[in-house]
Design a protein around this ligand. Sequence first.
Ligand code: PLP
Length: 451
Amino acid sequence: MTSDPSRLADLDRAHVWHPFTQMRAWSQEPPLIIDRAEGNYLIDAHGNRYLDGVASLWVNVHGHGRREIIDAIAAQASRVCHSTLLGLANVPSIELAARLAALAPGDLDKVFYSDAGSTAVEIALKIAFQYWQHRGRPQKHRFVHLDGSYHGDTLGAVGVGGISLFHEVYGPLLVPGLRAPSPHPYRHPRAETPAAVRDEALAGLARILDTHASEVAAVIVEPLVQGAAGMLVHPPGYLRGVADLCREHEALLIADEVATGFGRTGTMFACEQEAVVPDLLCVAKGITGGTLPLAATIARPAIFEAFLGEASDRRTFYHGHTYTGNPVACAAALASLDLFDKDQVLVGLGPKVTHLRDLLETHARPLSHVGDVRQRGMMVGIELVADGGTAEAYPATDLVGARVCRAARDRGIIIRPLGDVIVLMPPLAITDGELDDLVAGTCAAIAQVTA
Ligand code: PLP
């Protein structure tokens, strides 16, 4: 249904307000309009092909256009596209909840659906808050989050956000969280070992919990990797330490696996790698393989049971979205989980992750303006700096990260920066040859812009 690209560009400029985008700059360049996709490539309205280096904002798992998922969507759409979960159940949402309960760590087994990562987080915050009310401890109503945290754009999620560029402006609207240090070794003032940085961050969290335990409802973390902060990879043992501190101080643990879930860090969920079972697990993005919007907040039975009672007890969780548990999105998620099995996605991931690591060490790390290369599974951040020796950052106004991504586009690669951190987050289905192209094109773009 492609129509004239220049007409579409005019209409886009006239009517579409793009997210996280300065629209004045946007309107000065012709927009890249995606028309279709094949495998790990996006194809624009002129027919140009681009490697999807960020998996269409961290969602795509099996490549685009997988027939199995498309068929499942079509089959479900022809039965029923939508019916509500308020007062009714539907077949795919039941089947998917059972599959998620079986896959999720430990005894997490009560699935509350929504449609975006932000809503999954919002729901976890509200459940945690209300849980303590039902337990007779209403003073436990505050949340602890990390410096640099990103949990989405709804107001509750912004309240536990730690990125001032995104979050500061909304300050007056927020219930502010308690901010704990992030265990981030690069640029640590004393250039400590990762283990020392971890212990220092855990000590910081312990101090907050020691002081505020009586009022803390939950600690929320992005397990193993803080994505939007710039792909900050936590030192081993940090997540385990957070979980232990939460137990010790009677704070719930909310694991926001919106970015890390569904294989991204090498296991189905990042929490598995440190044998952590959170009280509430938030998932979205990759849940449908990157095809349709769907999210879930998965709770342990003890949390769920605190909400049981008579109608007059006012223990009900009064929350729900119109499209909660949408059957077509749930059918897509079931088909995606089938593909995890059929394609043996997690088994095949190990060698790809190693190949990616080798490529980054060989081609990215030696570049003179690459200060740090961070990788966990298929999540990569390449931090660009003005001075590799001192880690001095570029002035933000130079927009170096954005210029690198623009230069990569000219080489047939779609990537997005987080400030001056270049993110690589390809579909898990990417081949070794495509990884070669992704890293080679990205490094050439970095060399070109930082020369
Ligand atoms: N949580 C994390 C860790 C994320 O990375 C994101 C999005 O990048 C979100 C929550 C918000 O998800 P959504 O954009 O689907 O609302």
